[in-house]
Design a protein around this ligand. Structure first.
Ligand code: UD1
Length: 385
């Protein structure tokens, strides 16, 4: 028997763990029950129903066996509290493997705690590199990968990054993108949802929506939450001005708002300007299928999310990435994808926004983004010697 303890903490982890949990169940069904014993831990970094609970229900993830309830705080507070709490769980459970996904604080904290206890670490979505050390996620990726015994990569560029860093060949296994398993699993369910219902049901208080005049074939979709975009008024102010003056004047802008961005819009006195614009439809954070449906129908996506960049690539939604660099180059136009890096400078965003509205974009499926990645992850773990 192999005992695996896997960890989730923040929203982007849930769509990565869902197929992994299912693949373990499949493995046990095929190979005799309880070949793999699995324990799921939620660190509690995200805790709102719309940032966490709703994903467990809609993606069929079982309730976590343990919730560490670390909540919000500075990075060191989050990482420190997670390490203290997970160490107790690891000492009690003594798993053969700790499996972490993505690049959030939970990923880092749990890998360090496990490695110090001599527990093998497996990182799903290993090898991504933005080269930007001002991003907390880049630090999380570097440390986690350095400590991991098994590095499961989403694309060959990431495998190559790890080789360049001197990671041993036997630790690197190219498995594909696990998030695309979730996309494929949910595509039909999402397609059955009505865009106008999603908007109407999730509109933030104070915003209005005229469903009769809304054209479902022509809207922009936007998400923003990176500290580098939303934490300073000098950056978030002009970006918001661009959305009001140049995006919403051309087509309706649907904007599911992240709690960090919302707090900062309010703090910087920008909230009213956004609310008073009839062509900006501010939504509460959306569930997985709702967001997928909105992405499928969008004329253009403006986002600083890595996961959405990847989903746009597979769906063929033109994607303006509101960052200066990306750890996911495979999604960019130069690699055949639907994405362009535009940073957070308004004149650069304007130029690409106008190009994008005028251009065409087609779906691209990088190698092994085929919906079967989770199965390959489980096999890589059980076959590891
Ligand atoms: C975290 C991840 C980021 C990921 C993002 C997706 C790290 C370093 N960052 O950033 O990689 O892209 O999640 O959302 O791990 N809050 C709530 N409710 C919640 C959670 C947070 O209101 O359920 C508010 C709190 O005020 C909190 C703020 O959002 O302080 C930021 O949350 P936090 O988890 O610190 O980071 P994110 O910006 O969400």
């Amino acid at each position: 028997m192999t005992k695996i303890l896997s960890v989730v903490g923040a929203r982007p982890n849930f769509m990565k763990i869902a197929p992994f949990v299912r693949a373990i169940e499949e493995y046990n069904n095929l190979n005799g029950d309880r070949q793999i014993m699995h324990i799921l831990v939620h660190t509690g970094q995200h805790y709102d129903i719309r940032m966490s609970g709703s994903f467990f229900a809609s993606l069929g993830i079982p309730d976590p066996d343990v919730n560490l309830e670390v909540g919000s705080g500075s990075h060191s507070e989050q990482v420190g509290q997670t390490m203290i709490a997970i160490e107790k769980v690891l000492l009690k459970e003594r798993p053969d493997w700790l499996v972490v996904v993505g690049d959030v604080n939970a990923t880092l904290a749990c890998s360090v705690a496990a490695k110090k206890l001599g527990i093998k670490v497996c990182h799903i979505e290993a090898g991504l590199r933005s080269g930007d050390m001002s991003m907390p996620e880049e630090i999380n990726r570097l440390v986690t990968d350095r400590l991991s015994d098994l590095l499961l990569t989403p694309d060959t560029i990431s495998s190559e990054n790890l080789r360049k860093e001197g990671m041993p060949e036997k630790s690197i296994v190219f498995v594909g993108n696990i998030m695309i398993d979730t996309l494929e699993e949910n595509r039909e369910k999402a397609a059955a949802l009505q865009i106008k219902n999603i908007i109407g049901n999730n509109l933030v208080d104070g915003f209005s929506f005229d469903a009769d005049s809304f054209d479902e074939s022509r809207y922009a979709l936007m998400t923003i939450h990176r500290p580098s975009n939303v934490d300073e008024k000098e950056v978030f102010g002009p970006l918001t001005g661009f959305l009001i003056n140049e995006v919403s004047t051309r087509l309706p802008l649907v904007w599911p708002i992240h709690p960090r961005a919302r707090k900062n819009l309010e703090r910087f006195g920008l909230w009213e300007q956004v609310r008073d614009n009839a062509n900006i439809l501010m939504l509460e954070p959306l569930g997985y299928q709702e967001m997928l449906r909105m992405n499928m129908g969008a004329a253009v996506m403006l986002t600083d999310s890595g996961g959405l960049q990847e989903e746009c690539c597979v769906l063929g939604t033109p994607c303006l990435t509101l960052r200066w660099n990306t750890e996911r180059p495979v999604t960019l136009k130069e690699f055949g994808g639907a994405g362009v890096l535009v940073g957070n400078n308004v004149s650069r965003i304007r130029e690409e926004f106008l190009n994008t509205l005028a251009g065409e974009s087609v779906p691209l499926r990088p190698e092994l983004w085929d919906g079967n990645t989770a199965r390959r992850c489980v096999e890589a773990i059980v076959n590891f010697r």
